[in-house]
Write a protein that binds this ligand. Sequence first.
Ligand code: ZN
Length: 294
Amino acid sequence: MKYQLSVLCCLWMTLTWAQRNFDDVEITSEQLTDNIYVLFGAGGNMGLAVGEEYAYLIDDQFAPLSEKIQSAIAQITDKPLRFLVNTHWHGDHVGGNKNFAEAGAIIVANENVRKRMSTSQERRGQMTKPSPYKALPQITFTDAVTLHLNKDESMHVMHVNDAHTDGDSYIYFPESNVIHMGDNFFSSYPYIDLESGGNIDGLIQNFSMALAIVDEETKIIRGHGKVANKQDLQEFHDIIKAIRDRVSGALADGKSLDEVIAMKPSEEWDAQYGQGFINGTALVTTIYNSLKNN
Ligand SMILES: [Zn+2]
C-alpha cells in the first residue's frame, strides 16, 4: 500500500512539475493591511510586506515565475526587494531564490532550509539535487530573527517544531496582526514530509502555539489556499488532532498500518479535506509512520 501510494504521488509530482507550463499563470494579490499583501500564483502563497525603505517577500514559488512576481510586486511598491524569507525548503516555495538573489535580495531562513537545499534530498522516490550557491539562504538562524520594517512594525521569523519539515518557520507581524504559517496550514489535509524531518506531533503543537498567538482579527496566510482566520485554524487543529488520536489509539492496540487504514479514521472529513494530493489514506499512513518513528 505504501509502495503504491509513493509511486502514485511520485508520478503526480513528476507529471505536474516536469510538464508544467507556467505561461498561463497569473500572479494576483490581496491586500491584508496598509502594507502587507498575499500574492497567489502557482506554488506556495507568498507574503509581501512594504517597509520604510525596502520590500520584504516571503517565499517565491517556481523559477519561471520570478519575472511575473517581480512585476506584481512593482505594481504594489517601488521599494527595492531587499529581504526574502523562506518558510521551508520545498521547491514550490524556494524555486525563485536564485533569481531574486541575483536581483539583490538577501535570503533568510532557518538553518535546516540551507542544509537541505545544499545537499541531495530524496523525497517520494525522487532526488532533488543541491541548489546552486546563489539560491541558498545567506542568513540562517536557529530559533528566531526579527526584521524591522519601519519604526513601528516588525516581522518575527520563528522556527517552529518539526512539522511539515524540520526547517519550518512562521512569519508573524505582531503590530499588523498577520501571520504566514507556510505549509503547516493548507485548505486540505496536511502533507507531513517525513523524509524532510516532518512530524505529526510537532504539527499539532505548532497549531496550538499559533492559536495562542492569533486572535479573531488575525489574517492567516496558509501555504496553499485562501487567507484564513482563527476559526479555520481551530477547526483544522481539531480535525487533525482527532485523526492523530484515533491512529495513536489503534497503534497502541497493536494494529498494523493496513488495519488502521481499514478503520477509516479520517472518513467523516475526507470529502472536505481529502480531495487534494493528500487523501485520507495518505494522511493516515503518514500519521501512523510518524507516530511509529517517535
Ligand atoms: Zn512544502
